[in-house]
Design a protein around this ligand. Sequence first.
Ligand code: GUN
Length: 290
Amino acid sequence: MILLDGKKTSGEIKQEIAAKVIELKAQGKKTPHLAAVIVGANGASVTYVNAKVKACEKVGFESTLVQLPEDVSESDLLAKIDELNNDDQIDGFIVQLPLPDHIDEHKVTLAVAPNKDVDGFHPENLGRMVLDLPGFLPATPYGIVQLLDRYDIETSGKDCVVIGRSHIVGSPMSILMARNNKVGNCTVTLTHSRTKNLKEITQKADIIIVALGKAEYLTADMVKDGAVVVDVGITRVDDPSKKSGFRLLGDVKFDEVAPKCSYITPVPGGVGPMTIASLMMNTLLAVEMK
Ligand code: GUN
């Protein structure tokens, strides 16, 4: 079993980006600038956004953190997005999800200018992905593709099962794995809460990508020997023995699944850091596409 080390791989990608930033600066070009908008103070979201800002510093980008109160009105948030869309200093920005219930996430996604949508959530970028046109790929699926690519994992002709059909991970992931690319050319099955006989389906899979947000859902009996398993889950469970008071669990019961796998991502240190590396790659692309 080989661990797909997202921490190490994302570190390598960030080094490559840092070198490109130095080149840009030497050419007298603008330093890439990412903005992140966060609404409220959800513990996990704050952690993720802080990690994104820290990654910007690491690669030499400029960053702006926009913190809005939990009760910010939808129109005030949309006004802020409009401001970022029109700010020439900002190359790309993200609005951290989830948003409070009184805000319509679709309206927010549609409000972000497609050429600054480094999360790749806007329908224009999702459409570009489907058509294999240049654009921003959603950060988590893009990070998974990068990880499989850098470990030279053969995907062509393989059976890939994606568990979970979210707009930001499962659905785009299923499309990327079926595309005619180095990482791609899979026969993809997209499964979800209404899928019947999931275990029979996953047992046949060469590659399983689990993104449903249920701690330790995928068990050893669901996985065939030699499978590649990618775990997108990250659930906080109470753990008084930890300084933070919680520990992180993936969607895969790692201890029993890992010995059966050819490759598997750990949690933490697998997909999470790759999502951030992809966001940095997309921000650099935003500058290059200008
Ligand atoms: N919430 C969970 N994942 C993501 C992500 O990739 N981007 C944003 N903006 N919010 C998220």
